[in-house]
Design a binder for this molecule. Sequence first.
Ligand SMILES: [Zn+2]
Length: 378
Amino acid sequence: MNTTTEELVQGISEWLRCESPSSDPAALMRMAEVMRDHALRLGLRAELTQVQARADTPLLPLVHIHNRAAGDTRAGLLILGHLDTVHPIGTLAHNPVRVEGDRFYGPGGYDMKAGIYLALTALGALAQPGATTLPVDLLIVPDEEVGSHASRATTEAFARKARYCLVCEPARANGGRCVTARKGSGNTVISVQGVASHAGLAHEQGRSAVREMAHQILALEAMTDYARGVTVSVGTIEGGTTSNTVPAFCKCLVDFRFTDLVSANAVADKMRQLKPVGPDVTLDIDVEINRPPMVRDDRVAQLLHRAQQSAAAVGLVLEEAPPTGGASDANFTSAVGTPSIDGLGADGDGAHTWSEHVLVSTLLTRTRLWHHLLTHLD
Ligand SMILES: [Zn+2]
């Protein structure tokens, strides 16, 4: 594999200058085309298709890059990445792409364009069919940061056909550890309909939706059970109109996490059974279990062992992070029964913030890790 740190920084920088927030289909398409064209220049086969969550949601681009010979349908090695970022268009003006010491900053670099770039660079050196024992598919989805509703079915279909799945999410900060277990996640939208009235003239006729929601928030957060690995967090609240109106409406967005599906269903049921505390108000509760947990079983342990051997061969110590509460598309690939390891992307820190950065000194070694994995997994 013939590349240098400078070339990696240069290539990743071009990707970071192509901003691609999850919410902007045109921007996602530009990024998808850049990735596809890069893969084609490396001699790989690459296709860009479009996926959709529902008939009334936008078409989003999805990139499939591979080194399969024509007609090769063997179970292979699936590499998974996402091309969307949490950073809106215009972030570059405040947080430009730059290297300061060992830190390489730019929106969406650590999470996860740099990780995809490293894997793709390794795969590009193995573009000829037969250069790897297993055929390799790199699937890059457009909507991981917002729940993967459009891409989930494709990811699961690829994962079902794969022998292993390796995911390009960022390596854990301070040591570049990989991830073998993740909590599952769910989202709940709860809204309260009350009765509006003048806060001064007719206070007694009002039924405050905000007051009711205050009760519900406490009930929701009380469902947190650290011992069982269950957390519930009310993340946003909106409601009311003016300070002198008893509010008729209030809405909250709730995040919940779990380590097993029994706990997930239990907490989801509790949420659905919430009842109004006050009179004359109604609750509307919409609960979605989004990502199932990523579970570390014996086959994952075996895959980890082999990844650690690859790491050792390129002079890297690959440790396993403790189970994390953050979910990713590895949750989907794991849940369909494909041994999966995540956190094999770039090493750095600061995901989802302006201090997001990749460590320049780790880029080449981690590219070599990918190359070793791709040539040794069978
Ligand atoms: Zn990510």
